[in-house]
Design a protein around this ligand. Structure first.
Ligand SMILES: Nc1ncnc2c1ncn2[C@@H]1O[C@H](COP(=O)(O)OP(=O)(O)OP(=O)(O)O)[C@@H](O)[C@H]1O
Ligand SMILES: [Mg+2]
Length: 406
C-alpha cells in the first residue's frame, strides 16, 4: 500500500463499502471506492464469516482497481448493540522539571481515565478527551505547554464486546487485510457529517442503516453519548412486505418510491403492488402505506430518544438532529424526526473532501468516508488482536491530542 494512502472499510448490514483516499495537492482526496452486498451480517454483527469475507474481498478489489493502488491496511467500522459508552475522568500529577504539561502527560492522563470497570468480555475502543483541567482550571482544550501540577481530563469512553470485534477482525484478516484501527460507526458517521459548530452547540446524530441505528450525541465540541440500537431501515421493508402481502423486493421498491406514504398536506394516491406470487397486482393507497411505515419509524425514534434521555445530563442543550445512513433517504422522515425529537432536523451528507465525492455524496456513505477522516487521527485500539502494522503517515497531519477532538 502506498504510504500516502488511507483506506476505510464499512461492513454494513446491507452493503460493504471500501474507500481509499490519497494525499493530493489540496489535501485528502478519494481515489477509489468499491461496494458489494453484505450477506453475512445481521444488525451490524457478523453472522456468517465466509460470506462476510467474500463481501470484503469484492468491495476492496473494486476500490483497488479504481484507485490503482493495493490496499493492505484498513480502518474498520464497528457497530452493533454491544457498543456502549460512558464518561470518565483521569487525574495525574505533572512531574516534569518545569511543571509544564508535555504530550506524555496528556497520554498518561487519558490512560488514567481508561481505568473503568468493564467485564472481561469487553474492551475499550475509544477514549476521547472532552476537556482538560489544569490545576482546577477547566475548559482547557489543549493543555500542552501550560504550567500546572495537576492535570485532569474528562473522556468519553466507548467499549464493545470483544467477541463481536474479533469476528469482524477475523473476516478482515482472512480477506488479506490488516486493521489499521477500529472506529465505532456513530463516530465515523459524525466525522463525515457534523460541523464543528453543531458539535459545540449540541447535536444528535442518527445513522439509520439497514439493520442498525447508530446514535451519537455531541455537546461542547465532543461526543458525550454513543450507542447503537439493533433496528434500521430493513424492518420497514419487512413491515411493508407483510402489510401489503408482497415480496421483499417489491416492498423495498415501494419504500424507496413512496417512503412514509401520504405526508402532511398531500392527498392520497393509489399505486399498484405485486402479489406474493408475482402474477397479479393489487391497488394500494399511500394512506395505507403510511399506516404501516409511520408507527415503525416513530418506534425507532422513540427507542433512540429514550436511550439519549436516559444517558445524557438533564440540563444538556441540543440544537439539532442530523439524520444520515441509507434510512435517511426515506421520503417524509424529516418531519417524523422533528415531531419525535422536537428539534430542527437536517439530512447529513458526507463532507466533500475532494476526489470522487459526487458518487459518494449520499448519506449511506457517511460511515465509510468518516473512517478516512477519523481513523488516521484516532482509530481505536486493537488490543493486540491483529497488530497494527507500522504507523500511518497521517499521524503527522496534526498534533495527536488536538485531533482527538474530531
Ligand atoms: N430511498 C430510500 N428510501 C428509504 N430507505 C432507503 C432508501 N434508500 C436506501 N434505503 C434504506 O437504507 C438502508 C441501508 O442503509 P445503509 O446502506 O446505510 O445500511 P448499512 O450500512 O448497510 O447497514 P448498517 O449500518 O445497519 O449495518 C436499507 O434499509 C435501505 O432500504
Ligand atoms: Mg451503516
Amino acid at each position: 500500500m502506498r504510504h500516502d494512502t488511507v483506506a476505510g472499510l464499512d461492513i454494513g448490514t446491507t452493503k460493504t463499502c471500501a474507500v481509499v483516499a490519497a494525499e493530493g495537492p489540496s489535501g485528502l482526496e478519494i481515489v477509489g471506492v468499491g461496494e458489494a452486498p453484505s450477506l453475512g451480517m445481521r444488525k451490524g454483527v457478523v453472522t456468517d464469516l465466509e460470506e462476510t469475507i467474500k463481501s470484503i474481498e469484492a468491495a476492496t478489489e473494486k476500490a483497488e482497481r479504481m484507485a490503482g493502488v493495493h490496499i493492505s491496511d484498513v480502518y474498520v467500522a464497528i457497530t452493533g448493540e454491544h457498543i456502549r459508552s460512558t464518561n470518565n475522568r483521569g487525574v495525574v500529577a505533572v512531574t516534569g522539571p518545569d511543571r509544564e504539561v508535555v504530550p506524555q502527560d496528556v497520554r498518561r492522563v487519558v490512560d488514567a481515565s481508561k481505568i473503568i470497570n468493564i467485564s472481561a468480555d469487553r474492551q475499550i475502543i475509544h477514549a476521547l478527551p472532552r476537556q482538560f483541567t489544569v490545576d482546577g482550571q477547566d475548559g482547557v482544550e489543549d493543555p500542552v505547554g501550560m504550567a500546572g501540577g495537576r492535570l485532569e481530563v474528562d473522556t468519553h469512553i466507548i467499549t464493545g464486546g470483544t467477541s463481536f470485534i474479533t469476528n469482524v477482525l477475523k473476516c478482515v484478516h482472512r480477506a488479506g487485510l490488516e486493521a489499521a484501527g477500529l472506529v465505532v460507526e456513530p463516530l465515523a458517521s459524525s466525522a463525515a457529517t457534523l460541523l464543528d459548530e453543531e458539535k459545540q452547540v449540541g447535536v444528535v446524530l442518527l445513522d439509520i442503516g439497514g439493520g442498525t441505528t447508530d446514535i451519537a450525541v455531541y455537546s461542547g465540541g465532543g461526543a458525550i453519548y454513543t450507542s447503537t440500537i439493533p433496528v434500521g431501515g430493513n424492518i420497514l421493508t419487512n413491515d411493508i412486505a407483510l402489510g401489503l402481502k408482497t415480496t421483499t423486493a417489491q416492498a423495498e421498491q415501494i419504500k424507496r418510491t413512496y417512503g412514509a406514504g401520504t405526508i402532511d398536506g398531500e392527498s392520497a394516491h393509489i399505486f399498484s403492488a405485486q402479489t406474493l406470487d408475482g402474477r397479479s397486482e393489487r391497488d394500494v393507497s399511500t394512506t395505507q402505506l403510511r399506516q404501516i411505515v409511520v408507527p415503525r419509524v416513530q418506534e425507532t425514534f422513540r427507542m433512540a430518544k429514550t436511550k439519549i434521555i436516559d444517558n445524557v445530563p438533564r440540563d444538556l442543550i441540543l440544537g439539532e438532529l442530523v439524520l444520515t445512513g441509507g434510512g435517511a433517504h426515506l421520503r417524509g422522515i424529516e418531519a417524523l424526526a422533528e415531531e419525535a425529537f422536537g428539534l430542527p432536523v437536517r439530512v447529513g451528507m458526507p463532507k466533500t473532501i475532494g476526489g470522487l465525492t459526487e458518487a459518494l455524496a449520499q448519506p449511506e456513505y457517511a460511515t465509510a468516508i468518516g473512517l478516512i477522516l477519523f481513523g488516521p487521527n484516532e482509530g481505536g485500539a486493537l488490543n493486540g488482536h491483529y497488530s497494527r502494522r507500522g504507523t500511518t503517515v497521517f499521524r503527522k497531519l496534526g498534533r495527536w491530542f488536538s485531533d482527538l477532538w474530531n
